[in-house]
Ligand binder design. Structure first.
Ligand code: ARG
Length: 457
């Protein structure tokens, strides 16, 4: 049994149960690389300020590079007795290099150390996530470009509303992801501040240079209040909120994919490699991947609420409660990365069935608004036009046909303003093409939006 580094003050060791309960090594070993990165910058500063010697620094650097190699080789032994990643690494360093290892923790506390580690970890992952968002956005742009002219029914209340381009529909998700990326980029600015120097809570009496450490670690600046630096995890909560929104967007998309794959819609088919079968029903092909995306969104939302709840009752400054920030945060990062990667892979594998989309758009009087707008352009007040078209729809319904299937004379019963140019207006393509302004569904606009999107990435 390795005695705890802090055990000097105690008359008996903690029980095995307490050790297991309070240790975080089973999950925070994942911070190792960032912990070492932070320690090296701290040691560098200590030597620069002559708080430790150049020889100490050299020993620490040598020891840390050996430890890093051991970790990479899977040969580093993480000990529960040493509680967490920080004490495990510090102890190993001391074993390797002696007194220099014991000097590393000068002017530092695990409280500012762990806050630094999490920020480095999060910054690294935000950068990776931003790249993955771009990959998903590219997949959306590609599919949208291919389907700029593909007509589908647009829905409100999940009832047929107006014809839209399938490409236009996809670009709605592109916009959501654009905002998600903006939010993460903004969140990164607040993540990217250095807590080190705050020490336990009050700062330190050594002549440290925090700016130097911040520069070396690539932080934009230092946390300006030591109590705040060690105790708040708002940056992690903010990140998780960003993650919740990204997942929510993919959850909505997943819900649509699942619906569209149902034979009643039959708008798309997902590549077999994203589906699974049933152990009892031989005919089944289930959209497991989108279902799980929808499901995992609940889990991330749970992490967000978990972290908010973790924080809400804590007095300043550091409390051990904060150790509970890691598992939800790690799981959020892992789940988000997996989801983004699988979405970017799944989108190109979607087989679109334009005929089914078109047939669905032809049912439900999707161009009724176009008829009303036609009458308005001929001088009828909109409310009167709305009424006339409603009667025409009722009539078409009794005939069991679409508005465009009614002969001109019968359409003219509802307004004498209707002439034979109405059939172009009532067509799906005519309707789509007429919405030709920025943000509209006209295929020309969809292509322009795709071009703008590509330029933005
Ligand atoms: N494992 C701890 C955490 O995750 C590190 C900081 C512990 N500090 C302390 N004074 N016990 O928050």
């Amino acid at each position: 049994v390795t005695p705890q580094l802090w055990s000097g003050r105690f008359t008996e060791p903690v029980s095995e149960r307490v050790k297991r309960y309070t240790a975080s090594i089973s999950f925070d070993y994942r911070l190792a690389e960032f912990d070492i990165q932070g320690s090296l910058a701290h040691a560098n500063m200590l030597a620069h300020q002559a708080i430790i010697s150049q020889q100490d620094l050299a020993d620490i650097q040598r020891g840390m590079s050996e430890i890093l190699a051991d970790i990479h080789a899977g040969q580093f032994e993480w000990l529960l007795d040493l509680e967490d990643v920080h004490l495990n690494i510090e102890k190993a360093l001391t074993t390797k290099v002696g007194d220099a290892g014991k000097r590393l923790h000068t002017g530092r506390s695990r409280n500012d150390q762990v806050a630094t580690d999490i920020r480095l970890y999060l910054r690294h992952n935000i950068d990776g996530i931003l790249q993955l968002i771009r990959a998903a956005q590219t997949a959306l742009l590609d599919l949208a470009e291919t389907h700029a002219d593909t007509v589908m029914p647009g829905f409100t209340h999940l009832q047929v509303a107006q014809p839209v381009s399938f490409g236009h529909h996809l670009l709605a998700y592109f916009e959501m992801l654009k905002r998600d990326a903006e939010r993460l980029t903004d969140c990164r600015r607040r993540v990217n501040r250095l807590p080190l120097g705050a020490a336990a809570l009050a700062g330190t009496s050594y002549p440290i240079d925090r700016e130097m450490v911040a520069r070396e670690l690539g932080f934009d600046g230092v946390c300006e209040n030591s109590l705040d630096a060690v105790s708040d995890r708002d940056f992690a909560i903010e990140f998780t909120a960003c993650a919740s929104l990204i997942m929510t967007h993919f959850s909505r998309m997943s819900e649509e994919l699942i619906l569209w794959m149902n034979p009643r819609f039959g708008f798309i088919d997902l590549a077999d490699r994203f589906c699974t079968g049933s152990s009892i029903m031989p005919q089944k092909k289930n959209p497991d991947v989108p279902e799980l995306i929808r499901g995992k969104t609940g889990r991330i939302n749970g992490h967000l609420v978990g972290l908010l709840t973790l924080m809400k009752g804590q007095p300043l400054a550091y409390n051990k409660d904060n150790q509970e920030d890691k598992e939800p945060l790690f799981d959020t990062v892992d789940t988000l990365i997996d989801t983004l990667a699988i979405v970017a892979e799944m989108l190109p594998g979607i087989r679109v069935k334009p005929e089914a989309m078109r047939n669905a758009a032809l049912q439900g009087y999707a161009t009724a608004t176009d008829l009303a707008d036609y009458l308005v352009k001929k001088g009828l007040p909109f409310r009167d036009a709305h009424e006339a078209v409603a009667l025409a729809v009722r009539h078409a319904e009794t005939q069991g046909c679409d508005l465009a299937d009614l002969p001109l004379v019968s359409l003219q019963q509802f307004s004498s303003l209707i002439a034979d140019d109405i059939y172009e207006v009532l067509s799906l393509e005519g309707s789509m093409n007429s919405r030709n302004h920025i943000g509209g569904t006209a295929p020309a606009q969809v292509r322009a939006a795709v071009a703008r999107g590509r330029a933005q990435l």
